[in-house]
Design a protein around this ligand. Sequence first.
Ligand SMILES: *Cc1c(COP(=O)(O)O)cnc(C)c1O
Length: 339
Amino acid sequence: MSKIIDFRSDTVTRPTPEMREAMASAEVGDDVYGDDPTINSLQAYAAERLGFESALFTATGTQANLLAIMSHCGRGDEYLCGQSAHNYRYEGGGAAVLGSVQPQPIENEPDGSISLVKAKAAIKPDDFHFAPTRMLSLENTIGGRVLSLDYQRQARAFCNDHGLLLHLDGARVFNAAVKSECDVTEITRYYDSVSVCLSKGLGAPVGSLLLGSKAFIERATRLRKMLGGGMRQAGILAAAGRIALEKGPQRLAEDHENAEHLSAGLADIPQLEINPASTQTNIVYARCRSGKAAGLRDFLHTQGILITAGDPIRLVTHRDVNRQDVDQLLEAIRRFYQL
Ligand SMILES: *Cc1c(COP(=O)(O)O)cnc(C)c1O
């Protein structure tokens, strides 16, 4: 069978032989008893690596974000977030459904940030008509765009001034650090808590991390059990997660270069509309001028290439697609448009 080239997401990577080997030989115990040495070691390493007191291994990024919201906010509180935030839009309304925490979405600015003027206007006065505003949640990267360090510093000062907690959905925070040319702690230092996906560009098969203070992670651990996320010999997963966290970040620059190369190639195809300057990390967006992306997707499928045919089309680079695969995608698109 010839290789399928998958540009749908950076979640599609398969574990490397090194990961499979580490999984097979991982030392494990019952993590609900705190007995899994591989989990404990990953959590300690992650806390140190991202500059926090404590860390918690979670099943998914969605679970890590939900635990953060529920650990920071009580029933009837609210959190401020972007209208296009993953933890508002793409997590099934979990904060409201399972946490009884009300989201207050704010339209994102074109660069993905949330205007602090708009955020200020959305903070509720201390009056029993309103849900108490407890937290601001940012996302970096957001739709592949990077928040500037200066903006994040301002957001921290804003939260200090208004008595708000600050959470980062950092599913792809290592992509942000690579683009910002800084250590990841220069980003995470501004936040009370951060969630990170090990299973995206970093390449682990399963798992995310939640980071914060010791007391915060204790609350999150209790909630994780309640939400059915107390896993037993989860060191099998953490063994791959450790390799992802240690070795994943150093190869993200290659994904960004491939995304840039893809963007430049797409810009030469008149039937597509793309602003190459908008490609900042590993996610490329393009629009079919005809408005019909499904035909292109179906054709590419016959060529062994998978894409997500939204409007816009989203193409994601990752460890399992190389420069040659990107060129193959570009050639296939040109064939589709008979160029
Ligand atoms: C993927 C993603 C998540 C959720 O991660 P899952 O592991 O898929 O639940 C959260 N936030 C952002 C920004 C993401 O891209």
